[in-house]
Ligand binder design. Structure first.
Ligand SMILES: C[S@@+](CC[C@H](N)C(=O)[O-])C[C@H]1O[C@@H](n2cnc3c(N)ncnc32)[C@H](O)[C@@H]1O
Length: 270
């Protein structure tokens, strides 16, 4: 298959990537045949997959709006993905053009496309890093050029923790980030959960599909996600199915568990 201009030479387009599968669920065009085949296999296993992605994006938008309304002016978005509709810098800078945003992703396509859409925006940038290396992120010159850690920062880890299994010590990653943050900073987490779903084999099938990628799928319960907010005070309504997190209308929260995603926002006191 012909490699489009936007595809960095370094990527293996025969191996599905979670960033490009997610782009496909959202109706984007930055994906290849291998990504689409894996995404379709996922939809066969879990028909809600596109709905999950949309519900998660809607949660991300509401959370960023909430943070901007709460006075947050700095955002560090880890596992930010291939840009799509309603990106963090668009929402934050609409609320206040002075908002500064750093995107971090390990996927070269996500980084290349983010760099392209951020050209000319001197208050937003992207770096290619692995969020399992929080010290490298915190010490990165681009991060320190835009973010002032003596002031509150919102750290977003949205729809990515399910790619960080326990052996990667997510609690230590979040603790390292939390220690660098000033009081009034916030943490936004969301991830896939199968709480309350009957065992139909769909989880095993979803895990099997994601084994084709570089990222393994690690589902967590609500109780497990709550523990990852350690040190942060959960903002109302706590960790819930993402459509239930401050919906803009009652209809938005209907059939919330079909989103398969749970999420919440925590605030660092002190
Ligand atoms: C499902 S997408 C979520 C994108 C965005 N946060 C959102 O909620 O719409 C997951 C993203 O996390 C990225 N990712 C996965 N593991 C990562 C890691 N260890 N470090 C940085 N990014 C990672 C993937 O490349 C992908 O772009």
């Amino acid at each position: 298959m012909q490699r489009p201009d936007w595809a960095p030479d370094t990527i293996d387009i025969e191996r599905p990537s979670v960033a490009r599968m997610y782009d496909y669920y959202l109706g984007g065009s930055h994906n290849f045949a291998a990504d689409r085949a894996a995404a379709r296999a996922m939809v066969d296993a879990v028909p809600e997959a596109p709905l999950m992605a949309q519900a998660n994006r809607a949660f991300l938008r509401r959370a960023v709006q909430f943070l901007a309304d709460s006075g947050i002016r700095q955002f560090l978005d880890l596992g930010s993905g291939i840009p799509t509709v309603g990106n963090v810098h668009e929402i934050a800078q609409r609320a206040d053009p002075a908002c500064r945003v750093v995107y971090v992703d390990v996927d070269p396509v996500a980084v290349a496309h983010s760099r392209e859409i951020l050209a000319g925006n001197d208050r937003a940038t992207v770096i290619q890093e692995d969020l399992r290396r929080p010290a490298a992120i915190l010490g990165h010159p681009e991060v320190n050029r835009l973010l002032d850690f003596s002031q509150p920062v919102a750290v977003l880890v949205v729809a990515v923790l399910h790619f960080i299994p326990p052996e990667d010590r997510p609690e230590e990653i979040l603790r390292t980030l939390g220690k660098a943050l000033a009081p009034g900073s916030h943490l936004v987490l969301s991830q896939a959960s199968d709480d309350g779903r009957s065992e139909t084999g769909e989880r095993a099938e979803a895990e099997r599909v994601y084994r084709r990628t570089d990222n393994q799928l690690w589902i967590r319960s609500r109780a497990e996600l709550v523990t990852l907010f350690d040190g942060f005070e959960l903002v109302d309504p706590g960790v819930v199915w993402v459509p239930q997190w401050r919906p803009e209308s009652p209809e938005q929260a209907e059939d919330a568990e079909r989103s398969v995603f749970i999420g919440g926002v925590g605030r660092l006191g002190g």
